[in-house]
Design a binder for this molecule. Structure first.
Ligand SMILES: Cc1cc2nc3c(=O)[nH]c(=O)nc-3n(C[C@H](O)[C@H](O)[C@H](O)COP(=O)(O)OP(=O)(O)OC[C@H]3O[C@@H](n4cnc5c(N)ncnc54)[C@H](O)[C@@H]3O)c2cc1C
Length: 275
């Protein structure tokens, strides 16, 4: 269905291809005036041939109603909702998988602020969002490993330039979150020697630090939200923050106070020493 729609859209935007297609259909009708089966067979072979020629071009060049830049939670839900409103949608995501920050940075962390879910692991939330989008798979196209570089309005629609080519769209939703993921480093000498060994900028799996002495630097949600659930499974947790007050949700900070998390404020890490 999706291919058929894309083919039809493609013909709408390319009158010369549409008239070539019309001429071939006419030829088929002349060749088999009284044989509907052979006519249909011939017509199908023309379409198959045109599909082959156009390859993915037809899908790519079709002007879709909405193109969403970014396949994180916001992009996914926007795609679902656009599907609900009967629109054709394209998600362009620079990473190789959907889900944005929850997928890449904290798939195992529990999220508590999603309506109707008292607690849900981030990875599962993304799975459910993807499932929701799949309901409209006939009208949602997903382009992974493709970065949007820019766009401009050309006539009636936008031309979106990506790392792989161009897409046409009537409208664009930018759901890039914080953009491409780049960790905020500590800025300490020799930091790169420890990175991904015993210095991490995200917790992909809780097991990676289980049973260890862990120091977390930071005072926002992500720092406090890691200190609390890690406390029962690691040997010790120390939370180092440059200010006395935390900028995390009040409730998370309340949970921190009676816990065994060793809170060091106001402290700034100055040096890294280790293996
Ligand atoms: C450790 C941590 C814990 C968190 N915990 C919570 C929590 O408990 N509850 C909560 O509500 N929020 C939490 N957040 C915040 C939450 O993750 C973000 O608010 C949410 O991910 C924003 O969703 P998004 O879709 O707007 O952006 P993102 O999740 O950032 O997704 C944006 C996507 O766009 C893609 N992209 C960017 N630029 C381009 C481009 N040019 N071309 C193509 N693709 C592009 C990126 O690759 C990415 O996949 C947490 C964040 C962190 C880091």
């Amino acid at each position: 269905m999706k291919r058929h729609r894309a083919f039809r859209d493609y013909l709408k935007q390319h009158p010369e291809q549409a008239s070539a297609y019309g001429a071939l259909k006419l030829k088929a009708a002349r060749l088999f005036p009284n044989d509907i089966d052979r006519y249909m067979e011939y017509k199908s072979s023309i379409i198959a041939e045109m599909y082959k020629e156009l390859g993915e071009m037809s899908e790519k060049n079709a002007v879709c109603d909405i193109t969403i830049v970014g396949g994180g939670p916001v992009g996914l839900f926007a795609a679902f909702y656009a599907g609900l409103r009967g629109m054709s949608v394209k998600i362009i995501e620079s990473l190789s998988e959907l889900g944005g920050q929850p997928t890449v940075l904290y798939p195992e962390k529990l999220i508590y602020d999603i309506p109707a879910f008292p607690a849900i692991p981030a990875g599962e939330l993304v799975e459910r969002l993807v499932e929701q989008v799949e309901r409209f798979e006939d009208r949602v196209t997903i382009c992974l490993k493709e970065e949007v570089l820019g766009f401009e309005k050309t006539g009636e629609h936008f031309t979106i330039e990506t790392s792989k080519g161009e897409h046409l769209s009537k409208s664009i939703i930018i759901a890039c979150g914080n953009g491409a993921f780049a960790p905020r480093t500590l800025g300490l000498e020799g930091e790169e020697n420890y990175a991904d060994n015993n210095l991490f900028y995200n917790v992909h799996k809780l097991d990676q630090v289980a049973g260890k002495d862990v120091v977390i630097c930071g005072g926002c949600d992500s720092a406090v939200d890691w200190a609390n659930p890690l406390e029962p499974i690691v040997k010790s947790v120390t939370l180092v923050h440059r200010r006395d007050a935390f900028r995390a949700h009040e409730h998370s900070v309340e949970l921190l106070k009676p816990s065994k998390v060793n809170v060091l404020t106001p402290y700034i890490p100055l040096e890294l020493k280790g293996d």
